[in-house]
Ligand binder design. Structure first.
Ligand code: HEM
Length: 233
């Protein structure tokens, strides 16, 4: 990306100044890293509190990919249940719960309220995602719900909607699905004790867990195979 921006700088030096390039990279780092990492932590926490879901996700991986090769990007589209786990995680724990503030470009009506032009408008995606009028059993973690519904964009909007929606949504979904798939394929996961993982939401720009996740993991046999192959022994 930096390479590409620097080559644009040679042909369009007035626009692609060093400052613009630095800011673009800052935005990508800021918008792209913590959001995906925190979502992954919420997803793992959900799986540890829902062992049957974890078992089902592992069974899907074993049957679609097997235990001989590691999951790669081309496998993601085969793993529907796994994708539903990410969607359900982003529904219950959207890491940007209020999206980012918008401004009404012209006078309009929202939910019966007259909104003058240039008013700041904040969308509470967190509340929409848990609204019992929109979702059955709204507060429970049920990835199966997406087998029936497609994740209507006006009900499920962890990446925002429209012209200013998240530019990295597709990349984020691929990264999260691949990372989560690899973690499930390569390790057995257990809670550190009998108690459920604490799902309290903390404060911060990207809604973190109030109590960081602690887990026990054990390598599955595929790890031996992959490690030996990479050492070429
Ligand atoms: C789980 C991961 C992510 C979530 C939940 C997320 C969520 C969001 C949300 C809610 C917005 C604001 C949308 C709106 O204005 O309504 C946004 C904007 C943006 N996101 Fe993401 N994001 C994620 C990952 C990423 C990644 C991986 C990148 C890039 C590497 C990225 C780049 C951006 C950029 C550049 C914008 C600003 C778009 C604009 O203002 O036109 N995001 N994201």
């Amino acid at each position: 990306m930096i390479d590409h921006l620097l080559s644009l700088q040679t042909s369009q030096s007035e626009y692609y100044t060093d400052q613009i390039i630095k800011r673009l990279i800052q935005v990508l780092v800021f918008a792209g890293i913590d959001t995906s990492a925190v979502t992954l932590e919420w997803a793992m926490s959900n799986l540890l509190n829902n062992p049957d879901t974890l078992k089902k996700a592992r069974a899907e991986l074993d049957s679609e990919i097997g235990e001989e090769k590691l999951i790669d990007e081309s496998d993601i589209s085969k793993l529907h249940y796994r994708q539903n786990i990410s969607l359900e995680t982003l529904r219950l724990y959207p890491v940007t719960p209020l999206l980012v503030p918008h401004m009404a470009s012209e006078e309009c009506t929202i939910g019966g309220y007259d909104v003058p032009s240039k008013t700041s408008v904040i969308v509470n995606a967190w509340a929409i995602h848990k609204d019992p009028k929109l979702w059955d059993d709204a507060t429970n973690f049920k990835p199966e719900r997406f087998e029936i519904e497609e994740g209507d964009a006006y009900k499920l909007m962890p990446f925002g909607i429209g012209g200013r929606a998240c530019l990295g949504a597709a990349l984020a979904q691929r990264t999260i699905n691949l990372a989560l798939g690899s973690l499930i394929q390569c390790f057995e996961w257990e809670r550190v004790d009998e108690a459920e993982v604490n799902m309290t939401e903390g404060n911060g720009m990207t809604m973190p867990k109030a109590v960081p996740l602690e887990v026990i993991c054990r390598a599955r046999p595929i790890m031996n195979k992959v490690l030996y192959e990479s050492l070429d022994v």
